[in-house]
Design a protein around this ligand. Structure first.
Ligand SMILES: C[S@@+](CC[C@H](N)C(=O)[O-])C[C@H]1O[C@@H](n2cnc3c(N)ncnc32)[C@H](O)[C@@H]1O
Length: 271
């Protein structure tokens, strides 16, 4: 995915400019990593992945693959998108320890118990059969192997205000989906290039749904994740007093209760 923002126009950009832009987008906040540290290093222990077999599902243009390369992992990636494959394959063309394929998480082209670590950042909520994807992740993970996921959350201002109220009710999305709420929510998705199946649907999970999906995993840690700008979606943000009433520290605390995403850490039991 070429993350939109900062006035960047991907059509006019070289692959290197696209990689640099996505890196800048991912580094915008301090909630995923401290300045200068690997992306997502608040959540992923990169030094522990040296010489380990790592799989990134839905690698996009490869910003997370890049961190695994720097950590010295044996890096594997699958993504449904041919254009993402072309970008990432070009990006890592000189690295013998990076193996990328076009493949789906619902049929992972590896043998059982192969990986030490598997990540899927913003991916499985777009899959048609998410349950099958999680079974596949479990199958190819070694006993005591670990999983890191980012998934959309059902809750918070981004979900209720921007998606349900603005797109669903005011924007007519619910009406266009025949007033079927799940069908409408599935349709609130990002659209990628024509050659990319990218994100045909978007699921938004509750904690209970996730606990049910991960019932086979040995340890399950599910945390709310988001960024302080999610509160800016609310119209109250336009009033000058709001920033004063909701200073940065308060917003950071609110986000741990109301963020638009889940961060999930799983591990596979030994037996
Ligand atoms: C929102 S993008 C996220 C990309 C990347 N992880 C990032 O954060 O930039 C979702 C990615 O998942 C891929 N994808 C969607 N469904 C998939 C599936 N079933 N199996 C593998 N990749 C999938 C898409 O092609 C796309 O590259």
């Amino acid at each position: 995915m070429i993350h939109p923002g900062l006035g960047f126009i991907p059509q006019d950009a070289s692959p290197e400019e696209i990689f640099a832009h996505v890196e800048r987008m991912m580094r915008q906040g301090d909630w995923m990593q401290k300045a200068g540290e690997p992306l997502l290093s608040r959540f992923i222990d990169f030094p522990s992945l040296a010489n380990k077999k790592v799989l990134d599902i839905g690698y996009g243009v490869g910003w997370l693959l890049n961190e695994y390369v720097r950590a010295g992992s044996e890096v594997h990636g699958i993504d449904l998108s041919h254009s993402h494959y072309a970008y990432s394959n070009y990006r890592f063309r000189n690295y013998a320890n990076v193996c990328l394929q076009v493949a789906s998480a619902d049929s992972i082209p590896y043998t059982d118990n192969f990986f030490d670590f598997i990540s899927a950042y913003g991916v499985i909520h777009h899959a048609g059969d998410d349950q099958q994807c999680f079974s596949e992740i479990y199958r190819v993970l070694k006993p005591s192997g670990k999983v890191f996921l980012m998934l959309y959350r059902r809750g918070g201002p981004k979900y209720w205000w921007r998606k349900v109220l603005r797109r669903g009710i005011l924007g007519g999305g619910l009406r266009r989906s025949g007033y079927e709420f799940t069908k409408f929510l599935y349709s609130v998705t990002d659209a990628y290039g024509k050659d990319s199946p990218g994100a045909p649907i978007s699921r938004h999970y509750s904690r209970a749904q996730l606990e049910e999906l991960f019932v086979n995993f040995g340890s399950v840690d599910i945390k709310i994740f988001g960024n302080r700008h999610e509160w800016d979606y609310l119209p109250a943000h336009k009033f000058p007093l709001t920033s004063w009433l909701l200073p940065r520290g308060v917003r950071d605390r609110l986000v741990t209760l109301s963020g638009a995403y889940w961060i999930v850490n799983l591990s596979k039991p030994l037996k």
